[in-house]
Design a protein around this ligand. Sequence first.
Ligand code: GDP
Ligand code: MG
Length: 164
Amino acid sequence: GLPVVAIVGRPNVGKSTLVNRLAVVRDAIVHDEPGVTRDRTYRDAFWRDRDFQVVDTGGLLFDDDSEFLPHIRQQASLALAEAKVAIFVVDGMAGLSAADEAIAQWLREQSVPVLLAVNKCESAEKGLIQAAEFWQLGLGEPFPVSGIHGNGTGDLLDQVVDRL
Ligand code: GDP
Ligand code: MG
């Protein structure tokens, strides 16, 4: 099958919005309830002549900002095991959180390459400042993006297809 790109991150950072932006939307699900992922579907995407699929694993990564429950972690690891690349989405408006650090630590233990997307960066200039603190996660360059407006998603997708 097509290579899979898994989207991970804590609730409400904008994973579903970003998936809608990155994927060719068929059977789009409207997420009118923030933080709730109702479905886990593989969505077709392409960029620079490369076809792949995007899966939102958001429903698996639920934590209460301090706990990253072992059984959830295990399910998420299974989802990541089949992924060629993971995009770890964080919230550039909210800033770095303890949950982000827990997820980052777990991601570093996985074998999949991770790209760090700092979402909710509508302003390119401010986005660079918002993104900077996420270098601390130890996952390499943080890419400022806006799932809502689409800023930065081209640069992020360039990085994705480089790793497929
Ligand atoms: P998920 O729980 O990670 O899937 O997050 P959602 O995609 O459901 O989005 C959670 C909330 O963040 C919603 O209120 C969205 O409108 C908002 N949101 C998502 N992406 C962006 C963005 O790029 N910029 C801003 N300002 N808000 C966003
Ligand atoms: Mg969601």
